[in-house]
Design a protein around this ligand. Structure first.
Ligand code: NAP
Length: 200
């Protein structure tokens, strides 16, 4: 599959590593194209270039309005929201209780098909491709079944296991998981290399 990743930071690098490993064609849209060329196996173009049918927003949650303007809202495209919508001053979720960042992204990108995925799979674990020798789980939520199926296929063909948690509204639970995961990093001492996985 052909996939566009917007951003060239930690998550872009981790997700690109897995997708390239799965034989997919990845194009990175980077503000700093020189830096992005350090990511192996991808094509690098400028932010605002034409995108593929599947687009990963590997950018801060708070940038979604700016990005929507740069891309005309991604009309008709499948957009993967990977964000953890966290206020880094208070370490609390930015959306109100019962709401989700993914729903806000879907409201801003109202002509796109937004799918939540990857927010509990930390960048270091994605680069490594496993944790303690175990395949990584990627939790997926979305309202458009066709879009969600495409994202799950992309994940499952990239040596990862997609777990469908239901409609986009379930993203609020994934984002709650993501917040807890961030809060306990020092306590569990895995140096941001952890990933949530169901065992058994
Ligand atoms: N890090 C993790 O382990 C992790 C895990 C799960 C989810 N997430 C989520 O993944 C997303 C990315 O996190 P990250 O850790 O990869 O952050 P990061 O390393 O800071 O990378 C963010 C990237 O976004 C780019 N960017 C910022 N504003 C932009 C804009 N308006 N247009 C285009 N590109 C823009 C930055 O460009 P410059 O390089 O030019 O600044 C940078 O390449 C966040 O939503 C985060 O919550 C992160």
């Amino acid at each position: 599959m052909n996939v566009t990743i917007i951003g060239s930071g930690n998550m872009a690098k981790g997700i690109a590593a897995r997708f390239v490993g799965g034989g997919h064609t990845v194009t990175i849209h980077a503000q700093d194209e020189e830096k992005a060329k350090e990511i192996e196996g991808v094509r690098v173009v400028a932010v605002g270039s034409e995108t593929d049918e599947i687009v990963v927003l590997a950018t801060p949650y708070t940038e979604v309005e700016n990005i929507a303007k740069s891309y005309g809202g991604f009309a008709g495209k499948v957009v993967i929201d990977i964000s953890n919508p966290v206020d880094f001053n208070t370490f609390e979720l930015l959306p109100k209780p019962g709401e989700s960042g993914a729903q806000h992204v879907a409201d801003v990108l109202s002509d796109a098909k937004v799918v939540k995925a990857f927010n509990t799979t930390l960048a270091g674990a994605l680069v490594a491709g496993e944790v303690e020798g175990k395949q990584l789980d990627v939790f997926v939520a979305g309202d458009d079944d066709e879009a969600k199926s495409a994202v799950k296929e992309l994940i499952n063909t990239s040596s990862l296991r997609a777990i469908d948690v239901g409609p986009l509204s379930e993203s609020r639970h994934l984002e709650g998981f993501g917040l807890i995961q961030m809060k306990i990093q020092d306590q569990i001492g895995t140096n941001w290399m952890s990933a949530l996985k169901f065992l058994g």
